[in-house]
Structure formats: structure tokens, C-alpha cells
Ligand binder design. Structure first.
Ligand SMILES: [Zn+2]
Length: 157
């Protein structure tokens, strides 16, 4: 998603150094809510549940501050667009994951949301692998394929 977003906000003729900077920034933004895994995995905790860094409301709270700082540092408006689009698409794509655990309203409500009704839970690696044989995974693969096709088609225009 980060690469797609960067390509949408980088017009033809942009100097290569600026284009690379936007690409790097956009990829970082699209993945930033998952950076807490480097802390949570050694603690053997699921970062989607136990880390505020993966709560959408946390990002909603701090985004205006980050955007204000970017504007004070004279970053072009496209950087704010990449930040908002990257983080929003991250949570959207996570909700296409059949393992769920996206707590949209945490810390106020711990309900886990997914676009797939049949949210799968797993407790071991073998259970995780067995998810690939389930109906939910087939839905997930289908939805992801459709979304990627839409993105690929949109990039042609
Ligand atoms: Zn995530």
C-alpha cells in the first residue's frame, strides 16, 4: 500500500531524490502501526491486542500533532496525505485478515473487528498453518485479490 500511495502523490517529473524520499516515507507510514512487534514479540504478547501503538484511536489522537510538526518543518502537503492514507489503509488491510484482533475502539472497548465474520483464533504455529485450509482464509485470499486488482487498475490511470 505504501508504494501505491507514494506513486499517487509523486507526479511525473519529480526529482529522483524527492521521489525516493516520498517512497520511503510512504512505506514507513503504511507499516508504522506494526513497528511495535519488535517490542511485543520478545514479550510473547500479541501487539494487536496489548499495544496501544496498534490502536486506531491512538493514531487519531496523535496524527494532528505529527501533521502540525511536518507543516512547521515545511514538508509538502503530500507528506500529510501519505501519513493519513498509509495508517488508514494499514488498519483497513488488517481488517481483511481473518485472524481479526483489530480493536477499533480500544482502549474504550475491547471488541475485535474484521470484515470477515468467521474470525479465527490460533494459539500455536501448527494451528496458524491449519488456518490456510479454512473457508475464512479462502474469503480472505479472494478479498485481497479483488482489492489488489482494484489498486492495480487504479494505478494505470
Ligand atoms: Zn497491523
Amino acid at each position: 500500500m505504501g508504494i501505491t500511495i507514494a506513486s499517487l502523490v509523486t507526479p511525473a517529473g519529480t526529482p529522483p531524490s524527492e521521489a525516493n524520499m516520498r517512497l520511503l516515507f510512504s512505506v514507513l507510514c503504511a507499516n508504522v502501526p506494526d513497528l511495535d512487534i519488535f517490542i511485543m514479540i520478545p514479550m510473547h504478547k500479541d501487539h494487536r491486542i496489548y499495544s496501544f501503538f496498534h490502536y486506531p484511536l491512538f493514531w487519531l489522537l496523535i496524527l494532528p500533532g505529527i501533521i502540525y510538526i511536518l507543516s512547521q518543518l515545511h514538508f509538502p502537503i503530500e507528506y500529510a496525505v501519505m501519513l493519513i492514507a498509509g495508517i488508514t489503509s494499514h488498519f483497513f488491510m488488517d481488517m481483511l485478515d481473518s485472524t481479526g484482533k483489530i480493536m477499533l475502539l480500544a482502549p474504550f472497548k475491547n471488541t475485535q473487528y474484521s470484515f470477515l465474520k468467521n474470525v479465527q483464533q490460533y494459539h500455536s504455529f501448527s494451528e496458524f498453518i491449519s488456518l490456510y485450509k479454512t473457508k475464512a482464509f479462502k474469503y480472505e485470499a479472494s478479498i485481497t485479490t479483488v482489492c489488489l486488482s482494484i489498486i492495480a487498475a487504479a494505478r494505470r490511470f
